[in-house]
Write a protein that binds this ligand. Structure first.
Ligand code: CU
Length: 162
């Protein structure tokens, strides 16, 4: 199971690397013109919906359990790790990095494994963007610093009916 997950992720990341070879080394970037046709992202603006996503320390060296950290390393998770939004509905997602001394990041990948954006989530900060998805489907996001466990999905539902 774990091996399968790792293989999938490795495959996704290599596809992403082939698709956007120059972007992965950059610390932070929002969707470019082409990616903005799939999801547009702004640092502020009016949103019709809002979600807070926390970075959770599941098992870390400061608080243990020691045996868990020895076996798995430090383990973090996004909470919630599954988010549903409506297409064409501006949705504010506020990421709260709760760790005092650990950065995270947020890399968003579309259903075809193209990397759309990657932004830093600095320690002990709120990082907020307004996302408007223009395509339905299942998008995946990763903290590239803590793989494979720190990952999640955004399901883009059809346009909200009036
Ligand atoms: Cu992380």
């Amino acid at each position: 199971m774990l091996r399968g997950t790792l293989t999938l992720l490795t495959a996704a990341l290599s596809v992403a690397a082939m698709a956007k070879p120059t972007r992965l080394g950059e610390p932070s970037y929002l969707p470019d013109a082409a990616a903005s046709r799939i999801v547009s992202v702004t640092e502020s603006g009016t949103a019709a919906a809002g979600i807070t996503v926390l970075t959770e320390a599941v098992a870390v060296k400061e608080t243990g359990p020691r045996a868990t950290v020895a076996r798995f390393g430090e383990v973090y998770a996004f909470a919630p790790a599954f988010v549903a939004v409506h297409r064409d509905e501006p949705t504010e997602i506020s990421f709260w990095n709760l760790q005092p001394d650990d950065d995270h990041d947020f890399m968003l990948v579309d259903p075809d494994s193209n990397v759309l954006m990657k932004v830093l989530l600095p320690a002990l900060q709120k990082t907020t963007y307004v996302f408007t998805f223009h395509e339905e489907g299942l998008f995946t996001f990763y903290c590239t610093m803590h793989q494979p466990e720190m990952s999640g999905q955004i399901l883009v539902l059809p346009i909200r009916s009036a």
